[in-house]
Ligand binder design. Structure first.
Ligand SMILES: Cc1cc2nc3c(=O)[nH]c(=O)nc-3n(C[C@H](O)[C@H](O)[C@H](O)COP(=O)(O)OP(=O)(O)OC[C@H]3O[C@@H](n4cnc5c(N)ncnc54)[C@H](O)[C@@H]3O)c2cc1C
Length: 329
């Protein structure tokens, strides 16, 4: 019987694992992808907006000469944490179901990439599954065409093409600038009339300058109506416009799989998707199931990130250790 199983080897799941180790508990982490899969899926040449000290977990220093680490440095750093702290991680194994037993322990059912099922027993479960399960679909006709993607990796595949980006947050702005620098013809379609506060302060002026000079075709207060094989159709100032187009990047964010928590008996707010939990212990309404990281935010994913979500692990570890010592007494 495991003392704790952590679902998800993102930065916050790994921070929880290290905090539990500090309490003398060796957790098992189960991850459906690779270690820090979400960071692995960031755009290839992305830089964090956080400084390295704010991304550190498990007491392992994040050493880099750069003020803002790159994605690659982030991947190396979190892999180093796993190695140095000796955290047990089972990668490419997805948790399918968590069943609470009568004696208040849990069965965790998993499946690997070959469809091979496994079952684990544990006294506590920590859900650290993040929010990158499903893209926020726009629901417009043509969104399922092969020219449409909901993630951006790098500019090269788009060279020589007309690309439309839908969205106005960091991911859209970063992708637009990278594509522009590669000489791609970029149009940004955005419903708002100005960029949000959350857009990185050092990137915003660069983007706005390119937009004002018409180097990036910025369509403010514009809604995407339809995607066709050779165009996009938008509504702008009440007028319908058809714009020639080769590729569409819908960069409007992601949301977590709410049914995953609900199936464990964890209550979630029907509007925000936020799970019910005690903010001191991070324990959910199901005794013995805890949450850590951005999954605690429901669909408001921009309120929890690595900088603050990494501290949930300490709260979880304190609560599990206190419970274990009560049971021993
Ligand atoms: C481009 C980009 C740049 C960012 N830059 C920053 C930054 O500079 N600073 C900052 O603080 N934040 C940044 N963030 C946000 C940050 O990436 C997230 O807040 C962070 O990844 C959340 O960590 P987490 O451990 O809660 O979840 P995640 O990192 O999403 O980890 C969850 C893990 O759970 C796994 N998982 C999910 N379901 C299952 C299952 N059923 N079974 C097994 N495993 C499962 C997933 O594969 C994943 O590896 C950025 C995000 C993006 C997209």
């Amino acid at each position: 019987m495991e003392k704790a199983i952590i679902i998800g080897a993102g930065p916050c799941g790994l921070a929880t694992a290290a905090a539990l180790q500090d309490k003398g508990i060796e957790p098992l982490v189960i991850e459906k992808g690779c270690i820090v899969q979400s960071i692995y899926e960031y755009p290839t040449f992305m830089q964090f907006h956080s400084t390295p000290d704010l991304l550190e977990i498990g007491g392992v220093p994040f050493v880099t000469p750069n003020d803002k680490p790159s994605r690659r440095e982030g991947l190396e750093y979190y892999a180093t944490v796993v190695r140095r702290r000796g955290i047990r991680v089972r990668t490419y194994e997805e948790v399918k179901q968590v069943i609470r037993r009568e004696d208040q322990t849990f069965e965790v059912h998993t499946e690997d990439r070959h469809g091979i099922a496994a079952r684990y027993e544990t006294a506590n479960v920590v859900v650290a599954t993040g929010y990158f399960d499903w893209p926020n679909y726009l629901g417009v006709p043509g969104e399922d065409l092969p020219k449409v993607a909901h993630t951006f990796r790098e500019a090269h595949p788009y060279v020589g093409r007309k690309v439309a980006i839908i969205g106005g947050r960091n991911s859209a702005v970063d992708a637009a600038l990278e594509l522009y620098r590669a000489g791609v013809d970029v149009t940004v379609v955005y419903r708002g009339e100005e960029l949000t506060e959350s857009v990185k302060s050092w990137v915003k002026p660069v983007f706005l300058s390119r937009a004002e000079k018409g180097k990036i075709n910025m369509l403010w207060k514009t809604e995407l109506l339809e995607i066709t094989p050779a165009t996009i159709i938008v509504s702008r100032n009440g007028t319908r416009e058809e714009i020639p187009n080769d590729d569409v990047l819908v960069l409007t964010g992601f949301r977590p799989d709410r049914s995953f928590l609900r199936n464990m008996g964890v209550q979630t707010d029907p509007e925000t998707g936020q799970p019910a939990y005690n903010p001191e212990t991070m324990e959910t309404n199901v005794h013995g199931i805890y949450i850590a990281g951005v999954v605690a935010a429901g669909s408001r994913a921009n309120v929890i990130y690595i900088e603050n979500g990494r501290f949930h692990g300490q709260q979880v570890a304190d609560a599990i250790a206190a419970k274990s010592s009560e049971q021993t007494v």
